[in-house]
Design a protein around this ligand. Structure first.
Ligand SMILES: Nc1nc2c(c(=O)[nH]1)N[C@H]1C(S)=C(S)[C@@H](COP(=O)(O)OP(=O)(O)OC[C@H]3O[C@@H](n4cnc5c(=O)[nH]c(N)nc54)[C@H](O)[C@@H]3O)O[C@H]1N2
Ligand SMILES: Nc1nc2c(c(=O)[nH]1)N[C@H]1C(S)=C(S)[C@@H](COP(=O)(O)OP(=O)(O)OC[C@H]3O[C@@H](n4cnc5c(=O)[nH]c(N)nc54)[C@H](O)[C@@H]3O)O[C@H]1N2
Ligand SMILES: [Mo]
Length: 689
């Protein structure tokens, strides 16, 4: 960009890398080689000139005194915090030697990469690392910790992660924020919701917890945890019973109407009221309001799918817009994620063709088992980057046992001394977004963007792509794609004849910073059918589901840990624990930098449940089940309804009272679809310490 009047001050176009639907376009002011300010790009239609409460403090994070700046080798006992600084040459040499030894003795599958969403930049999220581990022959990691249950469920109904353009929410007349805390986890959608409201739209939150978002809505429907599919079937029951469905849309653009009608008939309001804990009258009135207010837009996100029945819940809720014909309108329909709108060339980026046939896959949610119970071969080396599994993975007691194994070689590539970094044998310094190049798509809008490095890497930190280029060279791997530059890989990713990418070249992105996909301004993807399903229609009945062993018709699956499915467990552990993100944290990112804005780890508990246990506000409580326990102060509030306790998350263990986290109680059990995590399907008991 053009320099400002003082030539030592200039602005760089960057992109927020964090795991959030908003993927903001940022402007970074640099003076004498130092970043001094970050702001939201005022010209970007979704960023609209503001950054969230976290990323607006990105300068503080970048230059934080705790940044890891040099490679280090563990010298004391694991977790003793004793390190010695080593050179990159020594670090790479030691990793290469260890890997070669493990491969010789156990084969390459004894090496497990573990990464997730420290950055969503497409190069640093997954490119050179994937190529490196594929060529090596390492075990594959199934990256299922966040979104797979919902994505798979949504695809059965709609065909791909394509939905309502978030900018169109401004024109909706009714908005259901269903299992999503928009103000915290998707804040750049809120201005569009506010515009809709200014024009008279009503906004309803459907969430067991009175979240920050639910507090701001016109109405909050506090259903029981994990009962969304039952509510959706109840709404469908009323819609069909009252004849409020869009018959032409159903006839022309769906398959399975008869089966869906039959299923919905099994869910009269009285039954649904029992399951969801809502009044039958409210179920009836919500159904009528939804079916008769057009355009009606539903925003789901990933909250409702962190349950055993999460895939089916999303699949079921996603049938609603077709039944009432909401897809006819650009501002109607449903949005889970816009990911599927981007026709990017991921196979040239990640090179799955380099995977050796028969290579095993390890589900990242089962890390605890993988490190303690898997043989043939056992995991002998764990390489963690862009993730903090010692805090974010479920069943942390098992994860801890695994990470403490003397015979496990642990490498961690990090920006900060996280809980996971403490287990490392070799700790490598990672650049932040201001120090690395990347290319971005979004999962909550329709723009691509470029991230130009604003400053030189601090200390000796390197990006993920550079790390794996260096390691590949050091290990003597000769596959040519292991030498590609970041620009090479960005070009490979964009190489596509698809009309949506027309004009979106690396050069154009570097020049303009961000560009909208070539989709219509008034994007209404399914106004006239064209669902990317096998039938080309919205699949109310799905043959693919039958083939995959599921009920082909929308259904309600109660939580695995519920009175209905596990009465003995529910008697022992009667409280459902939810652990959604705290406002100033991004999973565990920012926790060390911004915890002063949160009032400490805590457990929100309803007065009814607190009194029954003799717990007063501020008392230290122990939250526990058979998997583990953690201690936090109790915060008595009716934001958590009776039977539900809420621990805003995810605190660094080292900042909690007992070095334990919420995930000491969560389970490695997987969701019905996609091998997803079940963080919110978690029964506990609470006692005063
Ligand atoms: N500030 C901030 N923003 C973030 C994140 C963050 O950590 N911090 N994380 C990012 C990531 S990785 C993701 S995946 C997204 C997640 O963002 P969201 O999809 O919004 O998901 P969660 O915050 O997990 O949960 C949202 C809400 O779902 C509710 N919920 C839990 N169980 C149920 C249920 O059974 N039914 C219903 N209807 N609601 C339920 C919770 O009470 C919570 O208020 O946000 C992203 N944005
Ligand atoms: N109980 C409970 N557990 C949960 C959730 C929940 O709601 N409740 N949410 C789940 C969800 S939705 C998700 S997505 C996962 C998220 O889990 P993770 O993907 O592990 O996300 P973070 O905790 O943010 O940790 C990312 C780490 O990557 C580092 N990092 C950032 N950028 C880079 C980079 O460019 N290179 C390298 N090498 N490192 C980098 C950051 O410093 C940070 O420590 O957690 C899951 N765990
Ligand atoms: Mo996530």
């Amino acid at each position: 960009m053009a320099p400002a009047t003082d030539p030592s001050i200039y602005m760089i176009r960057a992109t927020c890398p964090h795991d959030c639907p908003d993927t903001c376009a940022m402007l970074v002011t640099v003076q004498d080689g130092k970043a001094i300010k970050v702001g939201g790009d005022p010209t970007h239609p979704v960023t609209q000139g503001f950054l969230c409460a976290k990323v607006s403090r990105y300068i503080e994070r970048t230059y934080h005194p705790d940044r890891l700046l040099y490679p280090m080798r563990r010298v004391g006992l694991r977790r003793s915090g004793q390190w010695e600084r080593i050179t990159w040459d020594e670090a790479l040499g030691e990793i290469a030697d260890k890997f070669k030894g493990i491969i010789a003795e156990y084969g390459p599958q004894a090496i497990l990469p573990y990464s997730y969403s420290g950055t969503l930049g497409l190069l640093n999220y997954g490119s050179m690392d994937r190529r490196f581990f594929h060529v090596l022959g390492a075990s594959l990691l199934d990256r299922t910790i966040c979104a797979t249950a919902g994505s798979v469920g949504y695809k059965y109904t709609v065909g791909a992660s394509i939905g309502t353009d978030p900018e169109q929410y401004a024109n909706a007349r009714l908005i259901l924020l269903w299992g999503t805390n928009t103000l915290t986890s998707n804040p750049h959608l809120w201005p569009f919701i506010k515009r809709a409201r200014a024009k008279g739209a009503r906004v309803i939150a459907i969430d067991p917890y009175r979240s920050r978002t639910a507090q701001q809505c016109d109405e909050h429907i506090a259903l029981n945890v994990g009962t969304d599919a039952a509510l959706a079937l109840g709404l469908l029951h009323v819609i069909f019973a009252d004849g409020l469905e869009d018959q032409a849309y159903l006839r022309d653009y769906t398959v399975g109407e008869a089966e869906l009608r039959a299923r919905a008939a099994e869910f009269p309001p009285e039954r649904v009221a029992q399951i969801t804990g809502l009044e039958p009258e409210r179920i009836i009135s919500l159904a009528r309001e939804y079916a008769t207010t057009q355009p009606a837009a539903i925003r789901i996100n990933y909250g409702m799918q962190r349950h055993a029945g999460g895939g089916m819940a999303v699949r079921t809720v996603a049938t609603l817009p077709a039944v009432v014909g909401a897809w006819r309108h650009p501002a109607g329909g449903i949005l889970l994620s816009t990911s599927g709108t981007y026709p990017l060339n991921f196979s040239t980026l990640e090179r799955p063709d380099l995977i050796r046939p028969g290579t095993r896959t390890i589900n990242m949610n089962a890390l605890g088992n993988a490190l303690t119970a898997v043989a043939d071969p056992p995991v002998k080396a764990l390489f963690v980057y862009s993730s903090n599994p010692a805090a974010v993975a479920p069943d942390l007691e098992r994860v801890h046992q695994g990470l403490m194994r003397d015979d496990l070689f642990v490498v961690v590539h990090e920006q900060f001394p996280t809980d996971t970094a403490e287990y490392a044998d070799i700790l490598l310094p990672a650049t932040t977004q201001l120090e690395q190049a990347d290319i971005h798509k979004a999962y909550g809008h329709l723009y691509m963007s470029w991230n130009e490095p604003a400053i030189a890497p601090l200390g000796e930190s390197v990006s993920n792509t550079e790390l794996f280029r260096r390691l590949a060279a050091r290990m003597g791997l000769t596959e040519p794609c292991l030498r590609d530059s970041d620009d090479d890989m960005a070009r490979q990713l964009l190489a596509s004849d698809h009309p949506a990418l027309r004009g979106i070249t690396l050069e154009a992105l570097k020049e303009h910073g961000w560009l909208r996909l070539n989709v219509p301004e008034e994007f209404a993807p399914f106004a006239a059918g064209n669902f990317p399903t096998p039938s080309g229609k919205c699949e109310l009945r799905s043959e693919r589901m039958t083939a995959d062993g599921f009920d082909p018709v929308p259904a309600f699956t109660p939580p695995a840990e519920s009175l209905q499915n596990a009465p003995e467990l529910a008697a022992k552990y009667p409280l459902a624990l939810l652990t959604p993100p705290a406002h100033h944290f991004l999973n565990t990112t920012f926790v060390n930098v911004l915890n002063r804005y949160e009032d400490g780890p805590k457990l929100e508990i309803n007065p009814v449940d607190a009194v029954a246990r003799g717990i007063a506000n501020g008392d230290m409580v122990r939250v526990f089940n058979d998997r583990g326990a953690f201690q936090v102060p109790a915060s008595i509030t009716d934001r958590a309804k009776p039977g539900v306790v809420v621990a805003p998350s995810i605190w660094w263990r080292k900042l909690t009272p007992d070095d334990k986290g919420v995930n000491h109680t969560t389970s490695q059990a997987l969701s019905d679809m996609g091998g997803g995590a079940t963080f919110y399907d978690n029964l506990v008991e609470v006692a005063k310490v």
